[in-house]
Design a protein around this ligand. Sequence first.
Ligand code: CP
Length: 323
Amino acid sequence: MTPTLSSLGKDLVGLEDLSAAQIRTILDTAEPFKEISERRIKKVPVLRGKTIVNLFLEPSTRTRISFEFAEKRLSADTVNLTAEGSSVVKGETLVDTARNLEAMRIDMVVIRHGASGAARFLADRIPSNVVNAGDGAHEHPTQGLLDILTIRDHLGGVAGRRVCIVGDILHSRVARSNIFGLLKLGAEVAVCGPLTLLPLGIDALGVRVFRRVEDAIEWADVLNVLRLQLERMTAGFVPSLREYNRFYGISSRRLARAGKELLILHPGPMNRGVEIDSDVADSPYSVILGQVTNGVAVRMAVLYLLAGGAPEAAEAAKRRGVG
Ligand code: CP
């Protein structure tokens, strides 16, 4: 099916591709959609008649469920496909899988894939809208957007704010999307982690690099704490999880030493006691569950805009609800 022209273009592959104005449009469009999830009947008819396939070829809890809620709350018809339950296990290629889905007249594909570049590869080969739900170590644009929306909610804006991303930057698509999005909106961005988990030349992206987490905490207004991606580590990147926690773990003791309040984000899933201690994850400064709540509104905004919805009509679309 030929997608409608949208203010974002045909696809959302990464925040690297978007302008600051396009990122602001998504965040502003998410605002009226937040309220729909608070209603008794959580549904508006703006994507009625659209068919969306969630093609998750890598595990996911938050992103997959969040996209599905977003689609259902906009009244789209949705189908979920995972690697285990599909002919991918019989050797069918990504493009053949997508073309067969298109033969059944779909409108959008939300894809998670273990290979960096898979979302762009697919977007260039099928006419349906493609939304990247995380591809390898490349990008996770809706996670970046929901992180930025959460910072904006709590600090009133992101321009001039100091955000440090702590942990496994090397394997992190979340780090890359945050870096591109935050820099475009005028934030100062830093990364912190052991040398083995920092990509070579990361500073060329325009970020500061901290080796000591104490220095990062001293500098930052916001810490976005990343999971150690043990499943992507093919070599001994850290001597042990215990040692990682000792040098880089975010603990209340470390935060207390800085003598200031920091906003604590984590994209999930968390390794409690490794990159973040429970007393921080469950503290009043943690906005981790707020990120998850914002994820639904951000994904509603992305789907609505890609389907050709006008940003200024999102408020009116919200009022067309049935609740
Ligand atoms: N943040 C995130 O991508 O979580 P999932 O892997 O559970 O989707």
